[in-house]
Design a protein around this ligand. Sequence first.
Ligand code: ADP
Ligand code: TPW
Length: 578
Amino acid sequence: MSAVLANPPATSHEQEEPTTIDGFHLVIDALKLNGIDTIFGLPGIPITDLTRMAQAEGIRVISFRHEQHAGNAAAAAGFLTQKPGICLTVSAPGFLNGLTALANATTNCFPMILISGSSEREIVDLQQGDYEEMDQLAIAKPLCKAAYRVLHAQDIGVGIARAIRAAVSGRPGGVYLDLPAKLFAQTMEAAAGKKSLIRVVDPAPRQIPATDAVRRALDLLKTAKKPLILLGKGAAYAQADADIRALVERTGIPYLPMSMAKGLLPDTHAQSAAAARSYVLQEADVVMLIGARLNWLLSHGKGKTWGGPKQFIQIDIAPTEIDSNVAIAAPVIGDIGSCVSALLTGMGSAWAKPPAEWTAAIDERKDKNLSKMAVTLAARPSPMNFQSALSVIRDAVKARPDAIVVNEGANTLDFARSIVDMYEPRKRLDVGTWGIMGIGMGFAVAAAVVTGKPVIAIEGDSAFGFSGMEVETICRYNLPVCIVVFNNNGVYRGTDVNASGGADVAPTVFVKNARYDKLMEAFGGVGVHATTADELERGLAEAIASGRPTLINAVIDETAGTESGRITSLNPSAAKKK
Ligand code: ADP
Ligand code: TPW
């Protein structure tokens, strides 16, 4: 039974159904009716009671220390589950804190709904200075996929249904839902209230590709001498894991995973061309993109990275993505599950594998690069460098392939992406399309809450600082999260100097030899100070075995990092030198 406003019973003996229901409970019931079982948020006026009542009604409420991290958690939950992650905030400042995560979710095509309480319309619209006054709907609109406001209790069901549909249908993204304070206290007749709620039927309808589009793609693929498949995080999101693997294996085409598509097929798969990435991008003649955009992460599909001329097949749910950077010869528009299944059917049983010269040339380069990497990974320098510390984590993930890896930083990100192999789909969460710092603890909390699996957060020391206070949240909910801070005393590295010779340290430098492990200890978690690969290995093994919140302060050579990791060339001063 849904909780409703307590009206005095009509008779003293009989327990009657309450006759009215308020806005708080309509919101909660509408979410529950649609299978939403978790809210990530931060309480305050006007939504404090909503968090309490939601918890009382059986929704798990994960309360954060800053809304941006609650928002990031909602986004990651959306990516992992295909259900919109819910972030709940107070008005103006709380809303703004959550907005970064909403915009980031939209950019990454992750479904989430930011629900913010807001001030009264009458006062906001006349700009009369309400408590935390802000025209939130107008501000959210350009930063998300859709934005709605509900003014009347009887429209709550429609508002939540529209928000859910907008978040998960077509290209997924972030939705803003504005709920003014007055709405929560509104009441309506209970039976009518219940009837006004909507259980969304088929929220993300399949989108079947046209048969001629599938045929065109297969015809082009057949002509390829050097075909390549590129898997993006859209392919990971789609949860069409078995068919994607079948497509790769039945075609025999080498593939490259984008960072969050790692593990869709195990990184150790014979057809993975990741260790020969530059070579295959340069040489391929036909490239099939599955849920990956030709944005900056793929050098916009042109220029030196891509070498000679090539033709593209692109599988995507968003028709306007096609031709965004270069001409696409064979677009296939639909949901990835339906598209990949149609391709498999269309291929028939007699599909010729790619020419052996192509796959042999890739294997040769792979072997060379992997042997070189094995030597680097085996080294045990003191202090640790990025590679020696990451080789420990690589082994830990190999032993626990169900663990989720969260990863941010510059060098810490770039090295981890290539060193730490993933074995299962949707086990890697990272800085995504924007290369944003600050996703770390929000993503880690969501991964632990949604999956119950161990989480290893591989964090640059600067990156960790953006969300570091959420270690309290991790301890409060006793989540199986092990954070490894790659502590090299600064942003990128710790050795920059102030060019003026003044007393301030350089803008990229932090307090030397900081003990991030103590931060975890402050809240009752386990802190480990690791100066060697052995200490790191022991700390990580214990954290994964115990499931206790752990922070390992991994001391990394402060000279080891490169400015901006592998994207140094994007710095304006580098462009000037070109
Ligand atoms: P990556 O960063 O891994 O290269 P992107 O985020 O650039 O990946 O691209 C993801 C693409 O996947 C987007 O263009 C999005 O429209 C698409 N997409 C997301 N979900 C689906 C789906 N279920 N079916 C088809 N395309 C999808
Ligand atoms: C929201 C700019 C990119 S990478 C980075 C910053 C500040 C931190 C790099 O140092 P870290 O890693 O984490 O110590 P490492 O391994 O190189 O030592 N603000 C936002 N997003 C981004 N991307 C930045 C700033 C940036």
